[in-house]
Design a protein around this ligand. Structure first.
Ligand SMILES: Nc1nc2c(ncn2[C@@H]2O[C@H](COP(=O)(O)OP(=O)(O)O)[C@@H](O)[C@H]2O)c(=O)[nH]1
Ligand SMILES: [Mg+2]
Length: 380
């Protein structure tokens, strides 16, 4: 390969390993016959890691913002190479895999992931809870939601061509940066390759905090897909709620010998309203994400754009509201006609309440959706 390679190592208090890793990376590049540099990105080491890394031959970059993602973003900005290789500064990744990464890139892969599960996993290198609980759950969810096809989504050894940086849209400052990169590579339709890497017991202490960092990954995966976070659960609750509400409107229902009555209808009203709220937030989120070009248009948005217009929303909302209003008006009229006698019209009253609320929500949600579409989009 005649292009330069930049190996980037984020480093937070890795004095035990960083110098050896820098030398290992330089040696691997030499063996592979490629020119390049090793950049160590430090943002707050207090153990002298930066100085040691520099003496071992690395270029040290300092970043003010804390975090694994922030460190990498600073490293990418400083990199001179056309190909960027990422790895930890803790001695855990075996640079024997470097030529395989470069081969994949040469073959046209735009983003290459390491896989520790396909390489040799040294006993004790990965805590049991990460290997058998955290990693399968987070990798599984990532692939379920974003179809990346990557087998070890949290492997820290990766490579890509610098010219795909814009497609990767990297923003996340913490450990969730690792997920962001894979999700965006898949979303941008990059050609993703995979290479086995050996994973060894690290020197020093891990900076990954299982619960807070696991949560940051999970939070990222949820936030990044409004369809799964809002639209699907919202629609499900809305449908269940509406079925209960409508089925119980005429009167109690007996199913399998059990009597379902007004309380279940109240539950139906609750689910309907909750479901509608969640769905509406999902549609705003989806529209915003696509309008701001944070994600490409997808099927959910396609359907929304075909079905929705401000005018249709306003008419539908007004009709719903009027239905509720007429039902309530009827109840009031009966009451007046009976000389303000006893009244027990809870079922239709509940139905009317839900219809009016949904009607109002539909009207104002429609204005809001329309405002996002119209005002947030960049001028052509
Ligand atoms: N500069 C910098 N490096 C970090 C930070 N957090 C972790 N790192 C480095 O990122 C790499 C991955 O972190 P590590 O603790 O090994 O996590 P693990 O591999 O998931 O156990 C290591 O080289 C760390 O020193 C940070 O906040 N700033
Ligand atoms: Mg590590």
């Amino acid at each position: 390969m005649n292009e330069g390679v930049s190996v980037i190592l984020p480093c937070l208090n890795e004095i035990e390993s960083v110098a050896a890793v820098v030398r290992e990376a330089l040696h691997a590049m030499e063996e592979a016959g490629v020119a390049g540099e090793v950049i160590v990105v430090d943002n707050g080491s207090t153990d002298g890691s930066a100085e040691v890394a520099a003496s071992a031959g690395a270029r040290v970059v300092r970043e003010r913002r804390r975090g694994y993602g922030a460190a990498y973003m600073a490293g990418f900005a400083a990199a001179a190479g056309d190909v960027i290789v990422m790895a930890d500064a803790d001695g855990s990744y075996d640079f024997a895999a470097l030529p395989a990464f470069l081969d994949r890139i040469r073959d046209g892969d735009q983003f290459v992931m390491g896989s520790r599960f396909k390489g040799h996993l040294e006993p004790g290198a990965m805590p049991w809870t990460h290997r058998h609980i955290g990693s399968p759950i987070l990798s599984g969810l990532l692939n379920l939601l974003y179809h990346t096809g990557v087998d070890d989504a949290h492997c820290g050894m990766r490579a890509f061509r610098r010219d795909v940086l814009d497609d990767l849209r990297l923003r996340m400052p913490g450990m969730e940066f690792a997920s962001e990169m894979v999700v965006n590579a898949a979303r941008s339709g990059l050609r993703i390759g995979e290479v086995p890497v050996n994973y060894r017991v690290r020197g020093g202490r891990s900076k990954l905090r299982t619960i807070p960092d696991g949560w940051r990954h999970l939070r990222f995966l949820m936030l990044y897909s409004p369809t799964h976070l809002f639209v699907v659960p919202g629609l499900a609750l809305l449908v269940i709620g509406l079925v209960l509400l409508v089925a119980l409107l005429p009167g109690p229902v007996v199913v399998l010998g059990r009597l379902f009555d007004i309380h279940v209808m109240v539950l139906g009203a609750l689910l309907t309203l909750i479901g509608f709220q969640i769905l509406a937030i999902g549609l705003y989120a989806k529209t915003l994400a696509v309008t701001l070009r944070l994600q490409p248009p997808d099927r959910t948005l396609g359907i929304l754009r075909r079905v929705f217009s401000l005018e249709r929303g306003l008419v539908a909302g007004a009709v719903l509201f009027m239905v509720g209003f007429i039902v309530d008006f009827g109840i009031a009229a009966t009451w007046v006609a009976s000389g303000f006698g006893p009244l027990n019209e809870v079922r239709p009253a509940l139905f009317a309440l839900v219809a009016m609320l949904l009607g109002m929500q539909t009207v104002f949600s429609s204005f809001f959706l329309f405002a996002i579409e119209l005002q947030v989009r960049e001028p052509a």
